[in-house]
Design a protein around this ligand. Sequence first.
Ligand code: URA
Ligand code: SF4
Length: 199
Amino acid sequence: MRRAEEMERVAERVNACTRCQLWQTRTNPVVGTGSVSARILLVGEAPGYYEDLKGEPFVGKAGKVLDELLESIGLNRNDVYIANILKCRPPGNRNPLTDEIQACTPYLDAQLELIQPEIIATLGNFSLAYIFTKFGLKPEKISKIHGKVFSVRTIGGFKKIVPLYHPAVAVYNPGMKEVLLEDFKVLAKILPPRGQIEL
Ligand code: URA
Ligand code: SF4
């Protein structure tokens, strides 16, 4: 399958990447997981401690929250694709730096290009800032726009962008989990039944 092969190519490039300093301190790069024909792409921030060890996104506490959120709308990890802005872990889980984001986002762009998701859900501020800017939207405060649906027109067709809080905010805060659960309902609502969108 072509998409799978193209994703393999991206993974090979990431594995060999030295475009920013983070390759020096990473254990494993985290390319992403899920279906290359997913209709929803979830974009997180960067690998943390466990992701770096395992080479997979969202395998720590925030990942458990993410699994619950997906399950709440009848989805699992194989129904979506999960990627991050940065493919390598920043030491100590510090915030991504501007030059790291600039160096790494061509890989996310390539993933977007090959998956062609109908819906992009951003997880957290760095993801929101990058995706909004990329699609010509003005980033606003997550507290103001979380769970709202932004439609954009691209060469590949219309897409919906939904900014969400990062699942990590709900790890020790049940109130935020409730907010995320409500916002995930929006994702379920805007995903039309598969048959209806095929021409
Ligand atoms: N947080 C993220 O943003 N991404 C991961 O993969 C794990 C935690
Ligand atoms: Fe390359 Fe991205 Fe890793 Fe930096 S974070 S080394 S740009 S793959």
